[in-house]
Design a protein around this ligand. Structure first.
Ligand SMILES: [Zn+2]
Length: 253
């Protein structure tokens, strides 16, 4: 984050609310480019839950707070609605269906009737360890491999993040899945030149990155954050509450 922000002026523009942050010491606006920060809405669906569980609602709030910390200055997330639903399934089973293109079965039955348009819908399910291991699936995010401009047309089919309740404890699962949601790939799926373009030069850069697996994942690169911000503004505008325009001093870089 750079620059000094002094006054916030909210104006209504089309159906987005735009907050303009204007530095009153400097009116030579042509020398400053506004940074557009998309504010995206999130709904959370507690699947298989019929009673309020305070531990889980606190965890959900902590996760969204952490999400905002990790995306600070680039993308903002606003917790919109929390739902509880009887519908129950196990995350690894849903993933298997999804990979076999049988997603219509459980997903149509459980999710289609309850999902909401106009927000990123996070569905929480129970998970289990794969046979003979202690590893359990914590999350997955379906997305379009090509024709990303068709996300809005397909809404809400690709506005979903699937997560395990257990994934709420580390807080990095939601950040990782949001990385996928906003167009990022795992480092090991990228060519060396792509990694460099995304600011990952060393193996430490990779293992520390949120898009790696493992306990050390703790950061995005500036290039990743910029890419996700561009992705959100270009393809996911329909999930936004508003865009915040931030005017920063170009000289304070
Ligand atoms: Zn992943």
């Amino acid at each position: 984050m750079k620059g000094v922000y002094k006054y916030v002026v909210a104006v209504i523009w089309s159906n987005f609310m735009v907050s303009q942050v204007v530095n009153l010491n400097d009116y030579s606006q042509e020398s400053r480019t506004p940074m557009e920060i998309p504010v995206m809405k999130i709904n959370v669906f507690m699947m298989g839950q019929t009673e309020v569980n305070p531990e889980i609602t606190v965890l959900i709030n902590d996760n969204i707070k952490f999400l905002n910390e990790e995306f600070e200055g680039y993308v903002e997330f606003e917790f919109d609605e929390l739902f509880m639903d009887y519908g129950q399934a196990y995350l690894p089973d849903l993933y298997e269906e999804y990979m076999k293109h049988e997603e219509t079965a459980t997903i149509n039955a459980l999710i289609k009737p309850i999902e909401k348009k106009g927000a990123i819908n996070v569905f929480l399910f129970d998970t289990y360890a794969q046979e003979g291991t202690d590893r359990a699936l914590m999350g997955f995010t379906p997305r379009l491999r090509t024709r990303e401009n068709e996300y809005a047309l397909n809404s809400p089919n690709f506005d979903r993040i699937y997560m395990a309740y257990d994934g709420l404890y580390s807080k990095s699962t939601l950040v990782h899945e949001m990385g996928h949601f906003l167009g990022l790939h795992h480092p090991w799926e990228m060519l060396g030149s792509q990694k460099l373009a995304f600011g990952m030069r060393t193996s430490a850069d990779e293992s520390l990155n949120h898009m790696s697996y493992g306990v050390n994942a703790s950061q995005f690169t500036r290039q990743q954050l910029e890419a996700m911000q561009r992705h959100a503004l270009k393809y996911r505008k329909y999930l936004m509450d508003r865009v915040v325009k931030v005017y920063a001093h170009s000289s304070s870089d």
